[in-house]
Structure formats: structure tokens, C-alpha cells
Design a protein around this ligand. Structure first.
Ligand SMILES: NC(=O)c1ccc[n+]([C@@H]2O[C@H](COP(=O)([O-])OP(=O)(O)OC[C@H]3O[C@@H](n4cnc5c(N)ncnc54)[C@H](OP(=O)(O)O)[C@@H]3O)[C@@H](O)[C@H]2O)c1
Length: 255
């Protein structure tokens, strides 16, 4: 991954929740946010590591468990007094392959994590924002797959389209309470999820060659690059480009 860029500026003292922070994009966002002085609340099923020097609350939370998410939100408010930014990042990709071959239980579990889990995260944060002065910013991690057809990714395309739409509804319902909401497609970030994509045979995922090429060229967006766009949204330097949707542009690379 490339070094975080351009995030050593602002945000000092703001409180950010990141779900799915045990690895991948979520762990990278946590590190970049910590580097800017944000206070952190990090969760995943595996308790996330605290980035060096960060002031952080951590917990094991399965985002499909509404009670666990609400308890986590309560713990964060008790510790820090408020939440300024809530990033619903936890997500899964599979099952991958033609829908006709998919295991029904795997489809249900996917929707439970990627749709219900994000709905519950939005709900928990909206309750926090309604009870605090000054509003808050919700960022739901979406994907280009929410608007583009990928054969083999029926569940993932469906769940990310659902994330885009729920974000628009929450933004509309909660704006009078000071909540701003964005569905952010981070671009391609080199994580375990990308390794899973690259390891999929073309018979199950015909677009795999595109992702193998990105790996050869190391043409990834770093978590620090994505974090800088999220902080721009929080601090009003950027807005959504299409309704609530934001697509993080490709990070420039030398050569
Ligand atoms: N990587 C990319 O190129 C890319 C592109 C577009 C969008 N995204 C999105 O970015 C987000 C992060 O993806 P990633 O690439 O970082 O994936 P990843 O490396 O597989 O990490 C996924 C994270 O989600 C957590 N998670 C999974 N199921 C969970 C559950 N039920 N409850 C709580 N946490 C759970 C995992 O932790 P535990 O296993 O410990 O629970 C892990 O921390 C996802 O929403 C993904 O769809 C990624």
C-alpha cells in the first residue's frame, strides 16, 4: 500500500467510529485518522488493534447484532461525549459466482452483513446524532459495484446498490437533525478482499483480469488517500457528486 497522503492536517479531537477496522480499508482508515489526531472507536468481530499513539475504544462487534452495535455506540458516547463521524465499512464480497450456483444461506448471510449491518449502523449513529448538539457525518462504504454490473457478484452488486439507496433515505430523514450522509466508493484498495478477487477463476468472475492487471501495476488507492477524502467531506471541503454518492478518484502514482 502507498503511504497515506495529505491527511496530516485537521480533524484534531473529532471522534470517529469505524466498523470493520480489524484489517483492510477499515484498519487503514483508523491509522490515517489517528495520524490526524482523531479519537477513535473501532470494532469488528476480531477486536481491532489500536493505531500507535491513538486514543481509542475498541470492541468485538458483529454488525448484524443490533444490541451489540447500540451498546458499542453507548460506550463510545460515554467515553468521548459524542461521535462526529461514523464510517460503516464492515462488509464481505462473497458468495462469488453465477447466482444459479449460489448457496441460499451464503446469500442470506451476505445480505445480513452488507445490508442489515449497515442499516443497523446508520440507525445507531442517527440515534447518537439526535441526542447531541452539532450534528454528525455518516459515511457508508459502497462500491462501483453498486451501479455497475459484474457477473459473479449478484449479492455484492445488490448489497452496494442497497447501501447507496439507504444512505439517500437516511440523509433525507435526518438532515433536520444535522446528520449529513454519504455513500462512498473508495476505488480499488489492496486488501484481503482484493486477494480474494484475484484468486477467483474467470469462470466464476469474468472480470478477474482487470483486477490482476491493477495488481501488476500496483494501481491501488491507499487507505490514507481514501481517508483524506472522508475528512474533506467531514470538513466541508468536498460534497457528493451524485446525490449522496462520492467516488474517490484514482490516486496518482509516480511513473
Ligand atoms: N478493497 C477494495 O478494493 C474495495 C473496493 C470497494 C469497496 N470496498 C468496501 O470496503 C469495505 C472494506 O473492505 P476491505 O477490502 O477492507 O475488506 P476486508 O479486508 O475483507 O475487511 C473487511 C472488514 O470487515 C469486517 N467484517 C466482516 N464481517 C463483519 C461482521 N459481520 N461484523 C463486523 N465486522 C465485519 C472484517 O473484520 P472481522 O472479520 O474481524 O469481523 C474486516 O475488518 C467493504 O465494505 C468493501 O465492500 C472495498
Amino acid at each position: 500500500m502507498n503511504d497515506p497522503k495529505n491527511v496530516e492536517r485537521t480533524g484534531s479531537g473529532l471522534v470517529a467510529v469505524v466498523t470493520g477496522a480489524s484489517r483492510g480499508l477499515g484498519a487503514g482508515l483508523a491509522k490515517a485518522f489517528a495520524d490526524t489526531g482523531l479519537r477513535l472507536a473501532l470494532c469488528a468481530r476480531t477486536v481491532p488493534a489500536v493505531p500507535e499513539g491513538a486514543d481509542a475504544v475498541t470492541a468485538s462487534v458483529d454488525v448484524t447484532d443490533a444490541g451489540a452495535l447500540d451498546r458499542f455506540a453507548d460506550e463510545v458516547v460515554e467515553r468521548f461525549g459524542r461521535v462526529d463521524l461514523w464510517v460503516n465499512n464492515a462488509g464481505v464480497l462473497g458468495p462469488i459466482g453465477p447466482l444459479v450456483d449460489a448457496d441460499p444461506e451464503a446469500l442470506r448471510r451476505h445480505i445480513d452483513i452488507n445490508v442489515t449491518g449497515v442499516l443497523l449502523g446508520c440507525r445507531a449513529f442517527a440515534r447518537v446524532v439526535r441526542a447531541q448538539p452539532g450534528g454528525g457525518v455518516l459515511v457508508n462504504i459502497s462500491s462501483g459495484a453498486g451501479t455497475k454490473i459484474y457477473e459473479g457478484w449478484a449479492a455484492y452488486c445488490a448489497s452496494k446498490a442497497a447501501v447507496d439507496m439507504m444512505t439517500a433515505v437516511v440523509a433525507t430523514e435526518e438532515h433536520t437533525h444535522g446528520l449529513r450522509a454519504y455513500a462512498l466508493a473508495p476505488g480499488v484498495v489492496d486488501t484481503d478482499m482484493q486477494a480474494q478477487i484475484r484468486a477467483t477463476p474467470a469462470a466464476s468472475f469474468p472480470s478477474v483480469a482487470r483486477f490482476l492487471k491493477l495488481d501488476q501495476e500496483q494501481a491501488f488507492n491507499s487507505p490514507g488517500w481514501v481517508a483524506s477524502f472522508i475528512l474533506d467531506l467531514v470538513e466541508g471541503r468536498r460534497g457528493a457528486t451524485d446525490g449522496v454518492r462520492v467516488r474517490v478518484p484514482d490516486q496518482p502514482h509516480d511513473g
